[in-house]
Design a protein around this ligand. Sequence first.
Ligand SMILES: *[C@@H]1O[C@H](CO)[C@@H](O)[C@H](O)[C@H]1NC(C)=O
Ligand SMILES: *[C@@H]1O[C@H](CO)[C@@H](O)[C@H](O)[C@H]1NC(C)=O
Ligand SMILES: *[C@@H]1O[C@H](CO)[C@@H](O)[C@H](O)[C@H]1NC(C)=O
Ligand SMILES: *[C@@H]1O[C@H](CO)[C@@H](O)[C@H](O)[C@H]1NC(C)=O
Ligand SMILES: *[C@@H]1O[C@H](CO)[C@@H](O)[C@H](O)[C@H]1NC(C)=O
Ligand SMILES: CC(=O)N[C@H]1CO[C@H](CO)[C@@H](O)[C@@H]1O
Length: 408
Amino acid sequence: MAGRTILTVLAVLVALLGGVYQLRYKDLVSVVGFGRVIENAGSRDCKTIPELQACEKITLHQPSGVLYLACSSIPNRLAWTPPLMALNASARFAPTAEDDYIATYDPASSRVARLKLTNLPADTPPLSVHGMDVVPSATNPKDLWVYLVNHRPFLASGGGYEDAEKTGANSTIEVFKSKVGGTTLEWVRTFHAPGIIISPNDVLGLPDGNGVYFTNDSGAKTGLAKHFSLLLRLTVSSIGLCSSSLPASAPCKLVSSLPDLNGIAASPTNNTIYVSNTFRGTITTLERQADDSLVMGDIIPVGQMIDNLSVDEAGHIWGGSLPYLPSLPSAYNVPIDSQNTSTIPSAALRITLNTGPGSYYGEKYKVEQVLVDTGELVNGCTSAAYDVSRGRLFMHGLIAPWLTVCKI
Ligand SMILES: *[C@@H]1O[C@H](CO)[C@@H](O)[C@H](O)[C@H]1NC(C)=O
Ligand SMILES: *[C@@H]1O[C@H](CO)[C@@H](O)[C@H](O)[C@H]1NC(C)=O
Ligand SMILES: *[C@@H]1O[C@H](CO)[C@@H](O)[C@H](O)[C@H]1NC(C)=O
Ligand SMILES: *[C@@H]1O[C@H](CO)[C@@H](O)[C@H](O)[C@H]1NC(C)=O
Ligand SMILES: *[C@@H]1O[C@H](CO)[C@@H](O)[C@H](O)[C@H]1NC(C)=O
Ligand SMILES: CC(=O)N[C@H]1CO[C@H](CO)[C@@H](O)[C@@H]1O
């Protein structure tokens, strides 16, 4: 009897572990694209803007059609991308390094403008941009709140910077104010919360300039735990909220824990928030409650790695995707001062509510690959945004050499 119980327990354990294997490694292998054949598909009516490099996040200002971009340079990204453990502070913050910047791109005139930062406290180290959100003010839509993840280096007490390989980055979330058509970004406040803002990735700002949700893509800044969370996804990622209505001593708090978080975006019309679970190839919907907490809704299977999200005016979700991740290591395996990385296949995915026949069989959402590219035209896309009224698709990425704009 005892023997059989043990056997049963063992069988259940094996089944459970098998389930874990299924979820964690089998899906992982297919989600990252081993064996997937990448062929160009979708619009080729595109142009590239090489003046805008390494813009990890792009956000469309729908009323004007102007795109906001959080940009860097390829050498800066190779030296300093804290979430991917590129932590060479002395290379990134060398006096000769280019500055990261926020730019606008107006597709109507093809004009690129780098926004000038004003009002920054004197001791602020150079900006290191990553996630961004641009939100029209609820009280005056001509005013814009710009929320940024800033991966600051830790300043050493004797001057210079701490060894970031050991300390990680002193990541903060910055709030700036701008105006539609304006050329400046006026610093308003910094959210700094050690132990809560651990490894911030993307942000979703509120229209009052006072609050911002963010994803913590890992529970550790550096070291073994970080490596393991990247490779084996052992530490949990989470969603936090920073708000000026929280006590100044604890301006940010944890609001949700979910696996593999990366991008975060919101519906333009209701309280639905979408987050991408990158390596699971899923998107999770969350409903924002009156007390700012988040209640989980649907899990949308996407089947491939999905990054940063955006939601267009029609309520459709767009995601940048790297359909063949094995191309990534060779792109990163170049000299740190390289201006050129190898091509990384890219796709723009659109996720819509399914109104077709499939909806009867429980397929609530439809996932389309609107554009797929081997990497010649769209190289390493981590962010996609779509302008519904003007029919323009924008794609950019962490170490992408240019912005791609396509008519769709
Ligand atoms: C950091 O970059 C510099 C070049 O600016 C290089 O000499 C140094 O070896 C790099 N450090 C590490 C740990 O890779
Ligand atoms: C980290 O950033 C905060 C917020 O700007 C700043 O007050 C603090 O001095 C920084 N710490 C170090 C060691 O650089
Ligand atoms: C970030 O992650 C760490 C470790 O998982 C957790 O302790 C912290 O509360 C998280 N913060 C937020 C705001 O999600
Ligand atoms: C919220 O809006 C989106 C479109 O942006 C729609 O797909 C979704 O069904 C809406 N959710 C609710 C709960 O009404
Ligand atoms: C970038 O690298 C590719 C492949 O090695 C090469 O064909 C191309 O000429 C390079 N471009 C520049 C600008 O160096
Ligand atoms: C805000 C942002 O761009 N976040 C992520 C986009 O996707 C890349 C690739 O997975 C991540 O490295 C970024 O952190």
